[in-house]
Design a binder for this molecule. Structure first.
Ligand code: AMP
Length: 294
């Protein structure tokens, strides 16, 4: 595995992947969820490129930028063992050479301010900006993103389409602990009692899916999930059922849905989601016909 730290070094290597690299952008603090993305990339590409960069632009003023885990050595060892070809670990000057407040930023209207974007102003602009620059630097054929950060995945898909960046964006299923908790770099912040409570987020979403597929109104499912989380000591930001493809509010005809939630346990903010399909409910006319013939 080659470790490169500058744009110059990366550009020197780029011809070797002849536009067929799988790319996995990360912020380091790597766990098995990140490795699942690497494995998805390895299954489809001769060259796998991973970036590790803690992007200051996507952290809010009072968020954990300064304390975010930086585990360069163990990250590099894990990635080498997973068969990664190129690890790009740039410093701020390589990503924002003109200064992060001077450089072009990318804003995706709508999705950027919804759901997590509502509670983390500026976050998705920071994410879109860094991923756009990384895609310009690496020029992969496919960029692999985790469905754990569902809104981020859909937003990057949209940005790549809008700017015609030419990469395919692939979402990879969420890797979980045995008790259902989605793996996350931030899980290491959880105290033991909070760690024991954390899987309740996943269980709440699973139960919500069961209720929604049994026909309960989506608004009622959302409300009940908020109440349940509060009852367990979470401070939920939101629980919302949306259309899976674009996170729009679902209409009665939409079948492919996702329920998303963000909730704080102490100072740690957890997010999770579950995709599901709403069963077809026969409309009144069909039901009437069925009763007549049946
Ligand atoms: P991060 O380092 O947190 O920015 O995450 C880098 C990539 O790993 C993102 O595309 C995340 O969605 C993805 N990721 C994080 N946790 C998981 C997980 N538990 N399962 C699958 N992908 C994940």
């Amino acid at each position: 595995m080659k470790i490169v730290r500058t744009v110059h070094e990366l550009e020197a290597l780029r011809p070797s992947w002849r536009q067929d690299a799988g790319f996995v952008p990360t912020m380091g603090g790597l766990h098995d969820g990140h490795i699942a993305l690497v494995e998805a990339a390895r299954a489809h590409h001769n060259v796998v490129v991973v970036s590790v960069y803690v992007n200051p632009l996507q952290f809010g003023l009072h968020e954990d930028f300064n304390t975010y885990p930086r585990t360069e050595e163990s990250d590099a060892a894990r990635l080498a063992a997973a068969g990664v070809d190129v690890l790009f670990m740039p410093g701020d000057d390589e990503i924002y050479p003109r200064g992060r407040n001077q450089q072009t930023q990318v804003y995706v209207p709508g999705l950027s301010d919804d759901l997590c974007g509502h509670f983390r102003p500026g976050h998705f602009q920071g994410v879109a900006t860094v991923v756009a620059r990384l895609l310009g630097l690496v020029r992969p054929s496919t960029c692999y993103l985790g469905k754990k950060d569902y809104q981020q995945w859909r937003l990057i898909e949209l940005m790549v389409a809008d700017l015609h960046l030419g990469a395919t964006v692939t979402g990879v299923p969420t890797l979980r602990e045995a008790d259902g908790l989605a793996l996350s770099t931030r899980n290491r912040y959880l105290s033991d009692p909070y760690r024991a409570l954390a899987p309740t987020l996943y269980q709440t979403l699973r139960d919500a899916v069961a209720r929604a597929t049994a026909g309960e109104a989506l608004a009622s499912v959302e409300r009940a999930s908020m109440v349940r989380l509060e009852g367990h000591g979470f401070v939920p930001d939101y629980v919302a059922v949306r259309r899976a493809a674009d996170l729009a509010s679902p209409s009665a005809e939409d079948r492919d849905l996702v329920i998303l939630a963000a909730a704080r346990l102490g100072a740690t903010r957890l997010i999770d989601n579950q995709e599901f399909q709403r069963p077809l409910v026969p409309d009144q006319g069909c039901l009437h016909d069925a009763l007549k013939t049946g």
